[in-house]
Ligand binder design. Structure first.
Ligand code: ATP
Length: 236
């Protein structure tokens, strides 16, 4: 399997945030991870990126175990995360925010090329390159943090609640962006979302986390039709 978490258990002191979580992703897939507040979605991403050491279980990417590697090495292998809450650097320019995503790279020509690619993908970001990032709207900031993650040239992109706090029209833009990045740049995606409707619409498969364990899993279209999922996550 291209990417897999096997029987992950993650604890914060006495709280068990994840218990025996297994999930898989094939190359080229968008996999959604949905679930209520506190179900363990962010914790799953923190374990994958090496920010939180699992108490048990394994994480595999492209044939190697990665769960003991330091976060920078995990980025180098091709996994980048867009954290929850759009952690932009508000006092830095948009351009410098984007360049922070390339901090592990040395190939200046490649960095320049990727920056140009991002300008094509996000014309609104290009218009605001020399502006302080903190002055952008929420949707524009989300585009900058996605752009920043793309500057690391990821093969697998982890997105933590990209639609949080955005107006419906902006959520649609972000959804399209994720689909485009997946299709055109061939980036696999794990999408964590409270907006289950959007997540199930754009993902190929999905997992439902319920208080630290996988409750349901399957093709997103099937889950969107499931009574339990509809009642609990899609508002009936
Ligand atoms: P949300 O959508 O609210 O971010 P989530 O599904 O991402 O929720 P997590 O943030 O992964 O959930 O939290 C899972 C559980 O772990 C929760 O019970 C939470 O209180 C607990 N938890 C998360 N971070 C910590 C921490 N640093 N210390 C102690 N407990 C934590």
């Amino acid at each position: 399997m291209y990417f897999a978490c096997k029987n992950l258990t993650v604890r914060y002191d006495r709280v068990t945030a994840l218990r025996d979580v297994s999930l898989e992703l094939a190359e080229g897939e968008i996999v959604a991870l949905i679930g209520a507040n506190g179900a363990g979605k962010s914790t799953t991403l923190r374990a994958i990126t090496g920010l939180k050491q699992p108490a048990a279980g394994e994480i595999w990417f492209e044939g190697s175990r990665i769960d003991r590697l330091p976060p920078a090495e995990i980025v180098r292998r091709g996994i980048a995360m867009v954290p929850e809450g759009r952690r932009i650097y508000p006092y830095m320019t948009v351009k410098d925010n984007l360049l922070m995503g390339a901090y592990l790279r040395q190939d200046r020509a490649g960095i320049k090329r990727d920056l140009e690619k991002i300008f094509v993908r996000f014309p609104r970001v290009k218009e605001r390159l020399n502006q302080q990032a903190g002055t952008l709207s929420g949707g524009e900031q989300e585009m900058v943090v996605v752009g920043r993650a793309l500057m690391a040239r990821p093969k697998l992109l982890l997105l933590d609640e990209p639609s949080l706090g955005l107006a419906p029209m902006v959520v649609r833009e972000i959804a399209k962006l994720v689909t485009d990045i997946n299709r055109e740049d061939k980036v696999s995606v794990i999408l964590v979302e409270q907006n289950s409707r959007m997540a199930l619409r754009i993902s190929h498969r999905a997992y439902v986390l319920e208080t630290g364990s996988i409750g349901l899993a399957g093709p997103s279209a099937e889950l969107a039709d499931d009574d339990h999922v509809r009642r609990l996550y899609l508002g009936g």
